[in-house]
Design a protein around this ligand. Structure first.
Ligand code: NAP
Length: 304
């Protein structure tokens, strides 16, 4: 069994007020839930005066303009990078492995590049030797919903949430300072850790929740072939537990693939817990079952 903490282990961790960066030209690559929400937040905070949007989907580009997420759609990636002060790469994790190196190929010492990806070790290994590696700051906003695309963008998504900054020592000082200033202005709490620790902790607090939600949805769909009955009986408990199962496979398969070893480890522990609960119920050991649930209730102390 793996010993773990549901808390991050930051190298340092602070919420100081940073001096704001100048009003920037921002290029966002992948204008979906996270890219679009970041566009709204940067505009609202007065940090971006012009946002260029790059997306492989022309329909998403059109929607992003119509929704006011971006000021200008662009199809030439290198041109969009060179015109920006800040470049945000917000594509799914499989695309991230090819798009981020292309962005760094086009970047000069004027640009700061961030990703917002949910896994870090494979991505950071991919750009480890890139000549422009120090213009890149790896971040993961711990905020999101189960919806995708520009229509899913929401204002204020990041306010009060945690931003994990990974392998910060590999970024140039000015690049890191700009990123700290931007996300400090968005009222995020910055936490610093290395990529391996990030991937381990997110396997526990995010990736396992998604995989168990997918499994729960599949279980109920298999047992309850009469869809109408699910709707009729669905209550708050079921809805909140299964909410994440609405998340897109395009988003989650690449995350599970890139964090496979950690997710397998967490899944083994989770299956063990399920089997134990099953065993107690099969044996009618209600006293032990009571104890296990009491033990699970300790999560209340960790989550506000
Ligand atoms: P999303 O809503 O699906 O948006 C991603 C956008 O990128 C889509 O418009 C997609 O177009 C586009 N895209 C895909 N491949 C591309 C490429 N090669 N070049 C340009 N655009 C491309 O996804 P999201 O939820 O915002 O997630 C974006 C990133 O944030 C991911 O790396 C994810 O791990 C991370 N993240 C997600 C959450 C969350 O809760 N969802 C939270 C924190 C971080 P198509 O739809 O046509 O593919």
């Amino acid at each position: 069994m793996t010993v773990f903490s549901t808390h991050y282990s930051p190298l340092h961790h602070f919420t100081t007020h940073y001096s704001p960066p100048h009003r920037m030209v921002v290029t966002i690559i992948g204008i979906g839930l996270i890219g679009g929400s970041l566009a709204l937040s940067l505009k609202e905070a007065g940090l971006a005066h012009h946002i260029i949007g790059v997306d492989r989907s022309p329909e998403h580009q059109r929607q992003a303009v119509a929704l006011g997420l971006i000021d200008e759609p662009e199809t030439d990636l290198a041109a969009a990078v060179r015109r920006a002060d800040l470049v945000v790469v917000a594509v799914p994790m499989d695309a991230m492995l090819t798009v981020l190196p292309q962005v760094l190929d086009a970047a000069t010492d004027r640009q700061v590049v961030i990703d917002v990806g949910s896994t870090k070790a494979a991505l950071l290994a991919r750009v480890d030797q890139h000549p422009q590696r120090d213009r890149f700051v790896a971040v993961h906003p711990m905020a999101g919903t189960e919806y995708s695309g520009p229509l899913a963008a929401v204002p204020g998504l990041f306010r009060g949430k945690t931003l994990v900054v990974c392998d910060a020592a590999r970024s140039a000082n000015d690049a890191l300072a700009r990123v700290e200033a931007v996300f400090g202005r968005l009222a995020m709490q910055l936490v610093y850790m290395d990529a391996a620790a990030h991937d381990l902790h997110t396997a526990y607090i995010s990736h396992i929740s998604h995989i168990t939600s997918f499994a729960l949805a599949l279980t109920v769909l298999e047992k309850e072939k009469e869809e109408q009955q699910i709707f009729a009986l669905a209550s708050g408990g079921f809805e909140s537990t299964v909410r994440l199962a609405k998340s897109s496979p395009d988003m989650w398969v690449p995350i599970f693939r890139q964090n496979r070893v950690n997710v397998l480890d967490v899944l083994d522990e989770h299956i063990h817990q399920l089997q134990y609960l099953r065993h107690l119920l099969a044996q009618e050991d209600y006293s032990a079952l009571h104890q296990q649930i009491q033990q699970a209730n300790l999560i209340k102390k960790m989550l506000k």
